[in-house]
Write a protein that binds this ligand. Structure first.
Ligand SMILES: [Zn+2]
Length: 330
């Protein structure tokens, strides 16, 4: 089970926040940022529990009535917007109940938590409606925001929050977590590389058998080219995969980005993701060559939206890769 302690190893900013919450030194508003799947929502829920916990000892105990109701979302002093998961934006209307509740005392007389997940989806009007509460907080109310990416929150809102970036999960932690959920070692290792530090992504990729097929296909086509002579064969294998085009391009893009970051000295060495690929050639490619390939992949995404045939798009990309990624000979 994931607890607040599980987050103590997730970088200084996160562990400092947890210590401050536990010792009561925390500011009244905090914003957890970071990419999707790194655990912002889980951390936010656990912090909410810590504020609403009525148990003895270290908070949250996750066993008392306060914790249990905070976890299942039925605590009367845990305020969340009424916008559904699927709604694209959180509007002022969705915040009315919260703003009304904030004008009154906490129902149970203890702490009160306003939990705003995906706060980047709040319209500017909704954010402005919140500002007054953020500017003049009452002593027992805490605001916990989560936001994907670094944009989306108004500077006026950000400046009133303690902004804590939740870093990507370390690969080893993702592997451990996947294996605890039944993945074998090889699969756990592969997914931990592909998911880019997002446990959520790793879990959903694991459930998706077609994703793994797409991965294998990319490996045996785009990443196995030894020369332009291999292009027609690879192109033929991609011919019927028009329906998977978006996923294929996203897998290729992510993998190329990994090699590029490594070539620029800005990322860890990518692991080989299959037996067949020309991994060494990619590892020895220059940043310039990898940038050219990356631009080509992104351009393919744009063509896909037009009427150009998938096969033509795939073949063009294959040729560019065969020109840029020179077969490496030790
Ligand atoms: Zn508790």
């Amino acid at each position: 089970m994931v607890t607040l302690d599980s987050f103590l190893s997730r970088g200084e900013a996160v562990s400092a926040l947890i210590c401050d919450v536990r010792s009561g030194r925390v500011s009244h508003a905090m914003a957890l940022t970071g990419m999707a799947g790194v655990g912002k929502r889980t951390l936010a829920r656990l912090l909410a529990c810590a504020f609403l916990c009525t148990g003895q000892g270290e908070k949250p105990c996750l066993a008392c009535r306060g914790c249990r109701r905070a976890l299942n979302g039925t605590h009367p002093d845990l305020l969340t917007p009424s916008a559904g998961e699927k709604e694209r934006s959180i509007k002022v209307d969705h915040l009315r109940e919260i703003i009304h509740a904030l004008s009154m005392h906490a129902v149970e007389g203890g702490n009160r938590v306003v939990l705003l997940e995906n706060a980047q989806r709040m319209t500017p009007q909704a954010q402005n409606a919140l500002l007054k509460s953020l500017e003049e907080p009452d002593a027992d109310t805490r605001f916990i925001l989560t936001a994907s990416g670094d944009t989306g929150l108004l500077p006026t809102v950000r400046s009133r929050c303690r902004v804590v970036r939740v870093p990507a999960w370390p690969r080893e932690d993702i592997q451990k977590e996947l294996m605890a959920r039944g993945a074998d070692a090889a699969q756990a290792r592969e997914l931990s590389v592909l998911c880019g530090g997002s446990l959520g992504m790793a879990l959903s990729m694991r459930e998706d058998a077609s994703f793994l097929q797409v991965r294998t296909l990319c490996e045996s086509t785009f990443f196995s080219l030894r020369s332009a002579r291999d292009v027609p064969g690879a192109s033929a294998r991609l011919r019927d995969k028009r329906e998977d085009a978006a996923e294929i391009l996203s897998v290729v893009e992510q993998r190329v980005r990994e090699y590029l970051l490594f070539a620029m000295g800005a990322g860890p060495q990518p692991l080989p993701s299959g037996e067949t690929g020309c991994h060494e050639s990619w590892l020895h490619a220059s940043p310039r060559a990898l940038e050219n390939v990356l631009s080509a992949v992104i351009e393919c995404g744009r063509y896909r939206a037009s009427n150009v045939s998938w096969q033509a798009i795939a073949e063009k990309l294959l040729y560019i890769i065969s020109e840029e990624i020179i077969l490496w000979q030790p």
